[in-house]
Design a binder for this molecule. Structure first.
Ligand SMILES: [Zn+2]
Length: 552
């Protein structure tokens, strides 16, 4: 555990206040910026703290740290001669909605002798307090993610009813505001000039031009795509989008826009038609004949063994399949892993590093089976775990006591309200509202309690050398047994990621998963738990395992 050196704190006697409200939250009265600042000022005054600055952020989400006022505040308090030793917020969620980022910032602030204090969630500055704070951060994140899900549900319903959620209409359409009983909504209507270009693209493509030459034809005649030049990709995207035949798809990409959702979650939205079904279908058939590989948009039939685990050592991006187009003696294309940036953008973005799929797969498999989880390393994982676990167990017990007390307190308050409602018929809606709030709070506490299971001691068999030997035996069997599907499951669980570089490959393993496997190897014969072991969460396991870094 890192300690703040006391002399660093000595000169930091002032505080700053930080208030934030996101756009959807602006409607909520408790969260208003004046209310937040008033509460911060009162808190500082009550404790004789001088408020050296007030930073007020309006209409900005707390999921990341890219916020102007937040940045300005950090700049201010990190100044070498700053006297600020405390950031006051009304609630941790104002500071940061993302638990990991909150951790990172708070740790850095702590090293400068600065604490973040949330008025509604005061915690002591000791191990128990830090643990409680971590819990609060996780709850804030959960809340934020739940809000995200709710927002998506609302937008999905909107799309189902035929209303457009985005701001930039697809090509061929414009947005028209419509007054409804639920307020103004956006509808997509045909933009005649653009729709004519859509039809022209379909005609060109059907007349035998490929996507590239269709784009060229359009550009040469000055028929641009919203002032931009057409490209091959723009043409392909347009001719394959069902929006032009009256079925616009909403929700294809996830909220961050960087990954495609499963097709079952797409929501078709009825719009006006620009192109006839027959024309559209003819283009799809033509496309399939012309370019069968590219059309499917699916991964190759055999999934990449190391998919999702590889990182480029030069730029940190993930690695993906790169196919040279040449065929090997069996008539199969040569397959390589290479940096995603290199594959998508080219060598200007990242030089990348190409390595044959088979070569890397085999090297990783044999290395993990033989070298990564040596007896010494297994012992080390175990030793670290036992230490951490003792502290964690103590904190869990303490946290449970706190939550149980809150649960009982809420129970009593609920009881009192029930009595009041029974005796006082005037109370009506106010009482009902209050009951709902209290119940919601108690449910939240109960849910948290359910997740926070009491921890047991480390089972003694874990310390036995046989356990580790058995674990290693299973790894060898899984990785060297020749069954790639099994090996892949083990790999995805035991390895966090693999960094691929020109002269070294770094495997970052997951200690927690290794421990879970060791415990399973020790307690039961391998056959009995085959296939389940890795999914099984043993309740004494750490929440997050520390990583170990074996070098290949
Ligand atoms: Zn790269």
């Amino acid at each position: 555990m890192k300690k703040t050196s006391s002399h660093a704190v000595a000169g930091r006697i002032k505080a700053v206040g930080y208030a934030r409200v996101s756009t959807p939250e602006q409607a909520e009265k408790d969260l208003s910026l004046p209310a937040q600042m008033a509460s911060i000022r009162r808190y500082a005054q009550d404790r004789g703290l001088a408020l050296a600055g007030e930073f007020v952020e309006r209409g900005v989400s707390g999921t990341d740290d890219n916020r102007p006022e937040f940045r300005r505040m950090l700049e201010e308090i990190y100044r070498p001669n700053s006297e600020v030793g405390m950031v006051i917020v009304t609630h941790g969620s104002r500071f940061m909605r993302n638990a990991t980022r909150a951790r990172v910032h708070k740790e850095q602030l702590r090293r400068h002798g600065i604490r973040v204090l949330a008025i509604q969630q005061t915690v002591s500055d000791d191990p128990n307090g830090h643990f409680a704070e971590g819990m609060f951060e996780l709850i804030d994140q959960l809340e934020s993610e739940t809000n995200g899900v709710r927002t998506r549900a609302g937008m999905a319903e909107n799309a189902r009813q035929g209303y457009f959620n985005g701001s930039r209409p697809p090509f061929g359409f414009r947005v028209e505001k419509i007054a409804t009983s639920a307020g103004p909504k956006n509808k997509l209507v045909i933009e005649p000039a653009e729709a004519e270009l859509v039809r022209e693209v379909f005609r060109q493509y059907l007349a035998g031009s490929g996507a590239k030459s269709t784009a060229r034809h359009m550009n040469q005649r000055g028929l641009l795509y919203r002032k931009r030049l057409w490209t091959r990709d723009l043409v392909l995207r347009l001719v394959s989008d069902t929006g032009v035949v009256g079925k616009y798809i909403w929700g294809r990409l996830d909220s961050r826009g960087n990954c495609i959702r499963p097709e079952s979650e797409w929501i078709p939205m009825v719009v006006e038609r620009i192109v006839d079904d027959e024309i559209f279908q003819m283009v799809q058939d033509l496309r399939l004949r012309r370019d069968p590989g590219r059309n499917s948009g699916r991964l190759p039939s055999s999934p990449l063994f190391l998919a999702g685990l590889l990182r480029c050592s030069l730029c940190g991006d993930t690695c993906q399949l790169e196919s040279s187009g040449k065929l090997d003696p069996n008539g199969e294309p040569y397959r390589y892993y290479n940096c995603r940036k290199f594959c998508r953008t080219g060598k200007e973005a990242c030089a990348g590093y190409r390595i044959a799929v088979e070569t890397l797969d085999s090297a990783i498999v044999s290395h993990i089976a033989e070298h990564v989880f040596t007896a010494e390393r297994c012992h080390e994982i175990l030793r670290e775990f036992v230490e951490d676990q003792g502290i964690l167990r103590q904190k869990t017990a303490e946290q449970r006591r706190l939550l149980e007390r809150e649960r009982d307190e809420l129970g009593k308050r609920l009881e009192r309200w029930y009595e009041r409602i029974e005796t006082d018929s005037e109370l009506g809606d106010v009482g009902a509202e209050r009951l709902r709030e209290l119940k919601a709070k108690r449910d939240e506490v109960l849910r948290t309690l359910a997740k926070l299971k009491p921890m047991h001691s480390v089972p003694p068999y874990l310390y036995k050398p046989e356990t580790i030997q058995r674990f290693q035996g299973r790894l060898r069997e899984a990785f060297l047994g020749g069954d790639r599907a099994t090996a892949r499951v083990y790999l995805q669980n035991l390895v966090d990621h693999i960094v691929v570089g020109e002269d070294e490959i770094i495997i970052e393993a997951r200690a927690g998963a290794a421990l879970a496997m060791m415990s399973a190897s020790g307690s039961t014969p391998p056959e009995a738990t085959k296939g389940e072991v890795l999914a099984d969460v043993v309740d004494w396991r750490p929440q997050q395992g520390s990583n170990l870094r074996p070098w290949l």
